[in-house]
Design a protein around this ligand. Structure first.
Ligand SMILES: Nc1ncnc2c1ncn2[C@@H]1O[C@H](COP(=O)(O)OP(=O)(O)OP(=O)(O)O)[C@@H](O)[C@H]1O
Ligand SMILES: [Mg+2]
Length: 386
């Protein structure tokens, strides 16, 4: 090696010791997983947890140079924004139900399998439940059967499809083909697309197909009925179990296939699909309140702030519940932002003052403001009293 190479090597090694966070960011910065493509899904399934690093004290932080401090803060913002997936009671019961439905997934290809429909309000963790379950399933299949099928195709135990507005039969099939990276995904006729999709599923030995955001299909209209019939056909044709997620699917007549009145009994979907509701946290019962505190306790240990301490979140359980109404997506949003405020203002903890600076998502913000209004009106009225 030349002297120049030696010098370069020494500088990199030096930076690794004085600024290990730049190196950490190079390995663990925000990951652009594209779950709806096989390469992206594969990367998501193969990814392990991010490497942990020590949380510095205020004195240690004060001793850092400007670049190292900037990178340390950036690294912990990435860390704080990627909270671990907690096995909540909602997730455990959904997993158990999906496990039951998948028991029929072991039926031979000539017999029909059921499907699971994760049907709940926005931001309750539907996609997280479906993807984490599918990830575990994918890993188990890989471990047992290896990455290649006996015919030499890449084994893809799971396919993931995210729907968008105005879904039709054709777009559904092309999205499925897009997952497999099939060159015909954008071309060819609807019928051909459907048979190509079945080919992909069969040759890659896919056993689970996750269809996210099914509420983009309007089952009360003809295009929706076509999609619904097509999904039934796919379930007949392919030896897979479908997991659907969506908002208000029962109200959107997914189970009834858009039928009304006495005709509803003819809806096969209702007999084939199992509804899996996901409820928000609730603090009205002792068990519910305990589950909420347990969730906060699991999350608070993960946050990298110099003044983080046990009780940092659990001591504010009521306030955090009021701010988020027990919706896990609103909670994780709020915590990302609270950590950002804590780091940028130098507060280095999550307390009432920091929380008062955090603006949550629209629904959480509106619901938090709403119950306060009567109280504000009452106190305004009191102020007006002589
Ligand atoms: N079990 C969990 N542990 C930790 N965080 C979670 C968990 N479930 C959900 N979250 C957080 O909530 C966010 C929203 O979850 P997710 O996208 O799964 O909800 P959703 O019900 O699919 O939402 P939408 O209705 O908008 O599609 C996630 O990005 C994650 O931050
Ligand atoms: Mg979702």
């Amino acid at each position: 090696m030349s002297t120049r190479d030696d010098e370069l090597g020494a500088t990199i090694a030096d930076e690794e010791t004085t600024n290990p966070w730049a190196a950490w960011l190079a390995r663990h910065d925000v990951q652009p997983y594209q779950l709806a493509r096989k390469a992206g899904w594969d990367a998501f399934v193969a990814a392990g947890p991010r490497e942990d690093f020590a949380t510095l004290t205020r004195t240690q932080m004060d001793g850092l140079g400007a670049d190292a401090r900037e990178d340390y803060d950036e690294a912990r913002m990435v860390w704080n924004a990627n909270l671990p997936t907690i096995r909540t009671a909602q997730m455990a019961s959904a997993f158990s139900l999906m496990g039951q439905v998948l028991a029929s997934g072991r039926r031979d290809g000539d017999r029909l399998r059921g499907s699971v429909v994760i049907d709940a309000a926005p931001g309750l963790g539907k996609t997280t439940i479906a993807t984490r379950f599918a990830k575990d399933f994918h890993r188990a299949q890989y471990r047992r059967h290896g990455p290649t099928t006996p015919e030499g195709h890449q084994r893809l135990p799971v396919a993931f499809v995210a729907l968008t507005a105005n879904m039709t039969l054709k777009t559904l099939n092309s999205k499925l083909l897009e997952f497999y990276g099939h060159p015909a995904a954008q071309r060819t006729t609807s019928t051909r697309l459907a048979s190509l999709a079945v080919d992909c599923v069969v040759s890659c030995q896919t056993r689970l197909v996750v269809i996210d955001d099914l509420h983009f299909v309007d089952f009360a209209h003809r295009a929706g009925t076509e999609v619904s019939n097509h999904l039934k056909w796919l379930a007949n044709e392919m030896p897979v179990t479908f997991v659907y997620t969506g908002v208000g699917l029962a109200a959107k007549k997914f189970f009834d296939e858009g039928l009304h009145g006495s005709d509803v009994v003819y809806a096969q979907t209702s007999r084939r699909a199992t509804r899996c509701p996901v409820v928000p946290f609730s603090t009205t019962t002792a068990a519910g309140a305990r589950a909420w505190v347990d969730l906060l306790a699991a999350l608070e240990g993960h946050l990298k702030l110099a003044e983080a301490h046990p009780g940092m979140l659990t001591d504010h359980a009521d306030l955090l519940f009021a701010r988020t109404q027990g919706h896990i997506a609103s909670l994780t949003n709020l915590l990302d932002r609270a950590c950002y405020v804590a780091i940028t203002t130098g507060a280095e903890t999550v307390d009432e003052a920091v929380l008062s600076h955090v603006v949550t998502d629209n629904a959480a913000q509106n619901s938090y403001a709403a119950p306060e209004q009567p109280a504000r009106r009452r106190s305004a009225a009191r102020r007006r009293e002589p």
